[in-house]
Design a protein around this ligand. Structure first.
Ligand code: THG
Length: 365
């Protein structure tokens, strides 16, 4: 693929950290929720090696928040997701599928309550704000729905605890996985959660107020010099190894949560959008699988690579990368039921020609 120059415009939003990200040497950008997201710094493989051995600071401001507050906020959130929220603790983050009336995936955000009287829906790449506003209007709910000035900054990697403790104090070490706590910084406070789009461990700081972004960024880099802290970003290789799903890549509006392996999150007991449709679609005919592909260089994914058994369509690979650690091309595939058994071998049509594909029991890491 030839890549011509990217034309910045006001509608492709910069973040509170963009100046620092550029000073740190970002080498590729992508766009997510109409906002810039770094895609690489040194190289995909060098970034990967560093993420797995040290600590990185990620500008994931593009994980925008849909804030819902007001008397009907809880009712709206329960209508919004098939997931049962009854056991969600006050300090818990919940991964929640969001579907339309046909059970089609609209987004796969993380939901949390930063305060007793408001919700944040930390969204993947689709215009969920409009859907939530539409639901609120259509149902006549007494809520306020808006996108607040909140920009998540992720600190990921095996040394994330040490770096975060230097900036926020040892109390941060006690935050459990997918729990959050409000912690002081520079005369304000941020919701800090043990979460993030990697399997290397770490935190997400929900930076409330753009003016606090660069001071926090600078504090993390100042405190982490001897830890070899670097600017990083969600890493394709690492996230495919870990089987973290990417909305728009691995699943879309035409897929149900069951097809995405998110059936365990369709357990709500009350009324929610898509309930009847999902009940009728709980036995999917295709599902996401870990797939390895032969070869040592991963071609561009393009619109996806078709999986075949002979002449029969067997599915599509939607994300792929060469994994230095597992010495194979790791990939995410949406595989037809007939062919999804672990151990199945298929052929796959890549831009570089046909390769062998192998269905795995589970993701690598
Ligand atoms: N953090 C926050 N917001 C986000 C993301 C994030 N918004 C966009 C996108 N990522 C949403 N999608 C995901 C996908 C996976 C996870 C989180 C958000 C994730 N999954 C864990 C896993 O797969 O191991 C565990 C989820 C669970 O079982 O509860 O972390 O990353 N703020």
């Amino acid at each position: 693929m030839t890549m011509t120059q990217f034309a910045p415009a006001r509608r492709t939003r910069r973040t509170p950290f963009s100046d620092a990200v550029e000073a740190a040497g970002v080498s590729a950008y992508s766009v997510y929720n109409r906002m810039l997201i770094p895609a690489a710094f040194r190289s995909l493989e060098e970034d990967y090696r560093h993420l797995k051995s040290a600590v990185q600071v990620w500008d994931v401001s593009c994980e925008r928040q849909v804030e819902v507050s007001g008397p009907d906020a809880d009712r709206l959130i329960r209508l919004l997701t098939p997931r049962n929220l009854d056991r969600m603790a006050d300090d818990q983050c919940f991964y929640v599928p969001v579907v339309n009336a046909e059970g089609g995936m609209l987004n796969d955000p993380v939901a949390l309550r930063p305060d007793e009287d408001r919700w944040w829906i930390s969204i993947a790449d689709s215009d969920l704000l409009l859907w939530v506003m539409g639901l609120a209007t259509g149902r006549g709910f007494d809520v306020k729905v808006h996108e607040p000035d909140v920009s998540p900054l992720a600190v990921q990697g095996p040394k994330a605890d040490d770096l975060m403790a230097r900036v926020f104090g040892d109390v941060v070490r006690d935050v459990r996985f997918f729990r959050h706590k409000r912690l002081e910084f520079g005369g304000t406070s941020f919701v800090v959660a043990r979460s993030g789009y990697s399997k290397q461990g770490g935190f997400e700081i929900y930076v409330e107020g753009s003016e606090h972004g660069l001071p926090l960024w600078n504090a993390l880099f100042e405190a982490g010099k001897d830890l070899d802290v670097r600017a990083g970003c969600p890493n394709l290789i690492e996230r495919v190894e870990g089987g973290m799903l990417s909305y728009g890549n691995d699943m879309r509006i035409e897929n149900t949560p069951y097809e995405c392996g998110l059936g365990k999150f369709c357990n709500g007991t009350g009324d929610y959008i898509g309930k009847a449709a999902l009940a009728a679609k709980s036995n999917p005919q295709r599902q996401i699988r870990a797939v390895s592909v032969s070869g040592t260089t991963a071609p561009r994914i393009g619109t996806g690579w078709t999986l075949r058994n002979g002449d029969t369509f067997a599915g599509r690979i939607t994300s792929a990368a060469w994994s230095p650690d597992f010495e194979t091309i790791v990939s995410v595939g949406m595989v037809e039921a007939e062919f999804w058994a672990p151990g199945t071998t298929l052929s796959v049509e890549t831009p570089d020609g046909p390769r062998e594909a192998f269905i795995h029991e589970a993701f690598w890491a």
